[in-house]
Design a protein around this ligand. Structure first.
Ligand code: B12
Length: 251
């Protein structure tokens, strides 16, 4: 008979429930050696991994060793609490979004998006906005309820904001992929400051996304929401139509 997981004390699963088995990889800034291997084992033991093994280790460059580790995690998390803390947001489907927008918004929601600063990665913002979309889901260009403007990549915050003001946009969408030297933090912070300086922060919904962006980080930087890996266009669209309606109701 299938055992039910204890949602108050969840840990990784591989062979059987609660075995805690997991795999992880990282690089240590030490030369490829037996000492490096021991350092990796001691490090994962400190993380609470029991019966750890080095599955793979490899010299990356002078003074750097990459590891793949395997072992059993001793820690658990209480998933039952998380379910009751607002993490159970249900995304609407494309059809539901169209119907919701037709009933409560009526006019198209205007969005302007770009990958900003020196960041040349455009795949993320294209996935959200272009008709072709992502993983079989239309981007916002394919929705009747949105008027989507994709400015592409390497767009300055100034140009993005100017276009949003010109179009009287409901939302500015920013994609950031390069995070070296916290470049994304700098770009995102600057955008918020510039929108505030234009006196438009109350009117324009600010959304950012990227592989190392989280909703928490986005909010910390002054955005209304942040989306990370695995986002589908209808996740973003659900947030936007609900936010437009919520703002209208609170006016
Ligand atoms: C393709 C690619 C490129 C292409 C980009 C082509 C293009 N037109 O975009 C090219 C070859 C040009 C390129 C260049 C560079 N790249 Co590159 N690139 C990649 C690669 C292989 C894939 C990125 C990608 O397309 N992912 C697929 C998309 C769909 O995923 P995503 O961006 O995460 O988007 C999803 C979510 O994050 C979210 N999302 C993203 N944006 C937004 C926005 C909003 C509003 C919302 C709601 C959601 C959202 O939704 C999307 C769908 O789910 C990654 C490595 C990898 N495997 O991830 C490296 C990677 C991103 N590149 C990297 C680097 C370093 C560079 C260069 C700096 C390299 C160099 N030294 O020249 C240059 C960039 C120069 C510059 N000025 O920016 C690093 C970034 C490291 C870091 N964290 O800073 C990576 C991680 C590679 C690595 N491991 O080192 N790259």
């Amino acid at each position: 008979m299938r055992r039910e997981a204890n949602l108050a004390a969840v840990k990784p699963y591989a062979d059987h429930l609660d075995d805690g088995l997991m795999q992880m990889s990282f690089t240590l800034p030490v030369p490829y050696s037996l000492a490096a291997r021991q350092a990796a084992l001691e490090l994962v033991a400190k993380m609470g991994v029991e019966r750890a093994e080095v599955v793979h280790s490899q010299r990356l460059a002078d003074g750097y060793t990459h590891f793949v580790m395997f072992g059993s995690c001793r820690h658990t998390v209480d998933f039952s609490v998380l379910q009751s803390e607002g993490f159970d947001l249900q995304y609407m489907s494309e059809e539901e979004i169209e119907a919701y927008a037709a009933e409560y918004i009526v006019r198209p929601v205007v969005v302007v998006g770009a990958s900003t600063g020196t960041d040349t990665h455009s795949v993320g913002i294209d996935a959200m906005l272009n008709l072709k979309g992502y993983h079989g889901h239309h981007g916002l260009e394919g929705y009747r309820s949105f008027a989507a403007h994709n400015l592409g990549s390497q767009v300055s915050n100034q140009a993005l904001i100017a276009r949003a003001i010109e179009l009287d946009a409901d939302a500015i969408l920013v994609s950031q992929t390069v995070t070296q030297q916290d470049l994304h933090i700098h770009n995102l912070t600057e955008l918020v400051e510039m929108v505030e300086a234009e006196g438009k922060r109350g009117q324009i919904i600010l959304v950012c996304g990227g592989p190392r962006v989280s909703n928490e980080l986005a909010k910390e930087l002054g955005f209304d929401a942040g989306f990370s890996k695995g986002t589908l266009p209808h996740h973003l669209a659900t947030f936007l139509v609900r936010e437009v309606v919520a703002r209208r109701q609170s006016r």
